[in-house]
Design a protein. Structure first.
Length: 307
C-alpha cells in the first residue's frame, strides 16, 4: 500500500573524514532532524519549520522545495507535497544540515510515490538542494545520509557512489558556537598542492579505506591524517589542535574537522573513550567561553529511518 504521509528521522553527517576531502562521508546518530511529508492533491509545495533557525519556508529558497520540485518535474506528477521540518542540526555547523533536509525530502517523496527511485537516483535529486545551499552539487553528506554508514563518492559527474561496510566505531562530535562561512572555508584552501603532499594524502586515503573495509582499526588510526586541507582550515577553528592532541592522548583513533567546520569529530573504539573525549571538548571550549554542543554516538549504519 502506498503511504499518504510519512515521518522521518534524518541524521547528521560528517563529510571528508580527514583525508577524504569531498569524497568520503559518514552518518552519525546525533543530532538528527525530524521531517514529516504528506502528499497534497494540488501540485504545490508547502514547507513549515518547527525550529527557530529562521530558514526560508518559500519552496524555491529551501533545499527541500528545490529537491521536491525536481522530483515533481521528473515524474510530471499532478500532486504536491507538504513538509514539516523540526531541525536539530544547526545550519552552518559542518554537520550536514542542508544535506539532511535535501536527503530527507528525496527519501520521503520516494516512499510516498511507491519507491520508484533507487538510492543513486535519490542522491541525484538531493544534490540540487546542496547546489542551492552552497553553490556546488556535492554528494559527500547526502550519500551517507541516504545509504547510512560510510560512503565513498568516487565521482560526482557521473555520480558513482560506493557504500563501504565499516566497523561499529564511536564518534564524538563537538559543535562550538562560532560562525565560519562555508565560502570562507573554501576560499582559504590552496589550489595547488606539492606532489610530495599529494602522495602522502593518496597513501592515507588508500590506507583509510582499506582499514574501513578490513575492520582494521589501527590502520584507520594511522591513516587519519590530512596534509592538504586541515593545516589551513583548522586555523579558523578555535582550540582545534588542543582538542585533537588531547583526544589522541586519551585513546582516540584520530579525527579532524567535520565538513568545512567549525564542528570537530573524533573516532574511538570504546564508549568510555568517546565520552572522555566529549568532556575534553567541553572543557576546552569552556576555558575560552565558547558555548558548545557535544554528541556521542556510534556510526549510523541505517541512515534515514522511517518513524
Ligand atoms: P552545514 O555546514 O551543516 O553542512 P550547510 O552549509 O549545509 O550547513 O547549509 C546551510 C545553508 O543552507 C544556509 O545558508 C541555509 O540558509 C541554507 N538552507 C536552505 N534550506 C535549508 C534547509 N532546509 N536546511 C538547512 N539549511 C538550509
Amino acid at each position: 500500500m502506498i503511504k499518504k504521509e510519512i515521518q522521518l528521522k534524518v541524521p547528521a553527517t560528517v563529510a571528508n573524514l580527514v583525508c577524504g576531502f569531498d569524497i568520503l562521508g559518514m552518518a552519525i546518530h546525533e543530532p538528527y532532524d525530524e521531517m514529516e511529508l504528506r502528499l497534497l492533491s494540488d501540485p504545490i509545495i508547502k514547507i513549515k519549520h518547527l525550529d527557530d533557525f529562521g530558514l526560508p519556508e518559500k519552496a524555491e529558497k529551501n533545499v527541500v522545495g528545490v529537491v521536491l520540485r525536481k522530483i515533481m518535474e521528473h515524474t510530471q506528477m499532478k500532486q504536491g507535497f507538504e513538509v514539516i521540518i523540526k531541525k536539530n542540526i544547526k545550519p552552518g555547523s559542518g554537520l550536514g544540515s542542508s544535506a539532511a533536509s535535501a536527503a530527507g525530502a528525496a527519501f520521503g517523496a520516494n516512499v510516498l510515490l511507491g519507491k520508484p527511485f533507487s538510492y543513486p537516483q535519490l542522491v541525484y535529486f538531493a544534490i540540487y538542494g546542496e547546489e542551492l545551499a552552497s553553490g556546488t552539487r556535492h554528494a559527500d553528506n547526502i550519500a551517507p545520509c541516504i545509504y547510512g554508514g560510510i560512503t565513498l563518492v568516487k565521482s560526482s559527474r557521473p555520480l558513482d557512489i560506493i557504500p563501504l561496510t565499516s566497523p561499529d566505531l564511536l564518534v564524538t562530535a563537538v559543535h562550538p558556537q562560532v560562525e565560519i562561512k562555508t565560502s570562507d572555508a573554501r576560499q582559504i584552501l590552496k589550489n595547488k598542492i606539492p606532489l610530495k603532499d599529494a602522495v602522502t594524502q593518496w597513501g592515507n586515503i588508500a590506507g583509510l579505506i582499506t582499514g574501513i573495509l578490513k575492520n582494521d582499526v589501527d590502520l584507520i588510526g594511522r591513516s587519519l591524517n590530512d596534509v592538504v586541507i586541515e593545516p589551513t582550515r583548522s586555523i579558523l577553528i578555535p582550540k582545534f589542535s588542543e582538542i585533537k592532541e588531547k583526544s589522541i592522548l586519551e585513546g582516540a583513533l584520530g579525527g579532524g574537522i567535520s565538513g568545512s567546520g567549525p564542528s570537530i569529530f573524533m573516532l574511538s573504539k570504546k564508549k568510555e573513550t568517546a565520552e572522555k573525549i566529549a568532556k575534553i571538548m567541553c572543557e576546552e571550549y569552556r576555558k575560552i567561553g565558547v558555548r558548545q554542543y557535544v554528541y556521542v554516538s556510534k556510526i549510523n549504519q541505517q541512515g534515514i529511518t522511517i518513524l
